[in-house]
Design a protein around this ligand. Structure first.
Ligand code: AMP
Length: 308
């Protein structure tokens, strides 16, 4: 199965209670691609960077077997830049600066060979660009997943609502679910959001795990309790990469399989937060993933019946 990934490839400057980075490579699509590359699927990337983007980071994506034929390089412009500062609880952050740069006039051109990709991951990006991608697909993908954030809700809510009408799964965090639905209760928020287009909703709650909703079912996955959380940046995107990567690998989009996909996504996110930026994701191997899946199984396994 092939997965088309669209989203930012970026520079980030991050400050957490544990340290601070200068500009490092990040971006929603970068995290998604690295994370989904562990699932033996064909990954097709569509994004844009400026001439200032390091060639070795492009090579790193190629080494992960990501097809970068849809990555535009605009030599006389600068790469998208985001800086953020995490609060002491590491669950919330303030955006210090967002420089759209190359993203401002980005016209996503989907190479013909990507237009019939089996799965589509619309990573965090301007909603009108996400919609332009949807419009270019020649065959409706088996599953369309969209991720977004408060920045786009604050500035482009109408465009976002248009894009949402066409997607199958929306992944957002709890604050964003409340903002989008104007409901405080996450159960009420989910009910409302599921009338806006998506058939499934994933609400990410950082160290408190995540919820998967359909119109008549709900599933909860905790987050692996970690001794050290160094930098939560990219956790949501690593989750998305693991989620869609697993669904594409297994080619099964039932609710039952989405539960497994949520666990795989949570495992990928748990690695991401252990070091700054993409570092940890580029260091792990398949056996690290397998053993963390086993930790997950142990974490949620209990037998209540034998005591009755
Ligand atoms: P996450 O922590 O998973 O929400 O994603 C963090 C990544 O999102 C960072 O690497 C940023 O480069 C990227 N990012 C931040 N703001 C935006 C935005 N407004 N649109 C798209 N990507 C963004």
């Amino acid at each position: 199965m092939s997965v088309l990934v669209v989203g930012t490839v970026a520079f980030d400057a991050i400050e957490t209670p544990f340290g601070k980075t200068e500009k490092i490579v990040g971006g929603a699509a970068t995290y998604i691609c690295i994370s989904s590359s562990f699932f033996n699927t064909k990954i097709n990337l569509v994004s844009v960077v400026g001439g200032d983007f390091p060639k070795d980071s492009i090579q790193m994506l190629k080494n992960k077997k990501v097809n970068i034929d849809g990555l535009q390089i605009i030599n006389n412009k600068k790469t998208f830049f985001w800086s953020g500062k995490y609060h002491n609880n590491m669950n919330t952050r303030d955006t210090i600066e967002t420089q759209l740069n190359v993203l401002e006039n980005f016209n996503p051109i989907i190479p013909d060979k990507f237009k019939s990709s089996d799965f589509l991951m619309l990573g965090n990006l301007m909603p009108s660009i996400q919609k332009k991608v949807l419009d270019q697909m020649t065959k409706r993908p088996k599953l369309i997943v969209l991720d977004t954030m408060n920045f786009w809700m604050d500035n482009f809510m109408n465009d976002l609502k248009k894009a949402l009408q066409e997607v199958d799964v929306l992944t957002i965090n709890d604050e964003e679910a409340r903002q989008l639905s104007e409901e405080y209760s996450l159960v009420k928020a989910a009910k409302k959001i599921l009338t806006m287009g998506p058939k499934y909703l994933v609400i990410k709650k950082g160290e408190h795990g995540c919820l998967l909703f359909s119109s008549d079912e709900v599933f909860f996955a905790p987050a692996i309790p970690l001794e050290e959380v160094f930098d939560p940046t990219g956790a949501g995107d690593s989750f998305a990469g693991g989620f869609i990567g697993y669904l594409a690998k297994t080619n099964d989009i039932s609710f039952e399989n989405m539960k497994r996909a949520v666990i795989n996504g949570s495992v990928m996110a748990s690695f991401c937060v252990e070091k700054f930026g993409t570092k940890k994701l580029t260091e792990i191997s398949q056996s690290d993933i397998d053993s963390r899946i086993n930790e997950f199984i142990k974490l949620v396994d209990f037998d209540i019946k034998s005591k009755e």
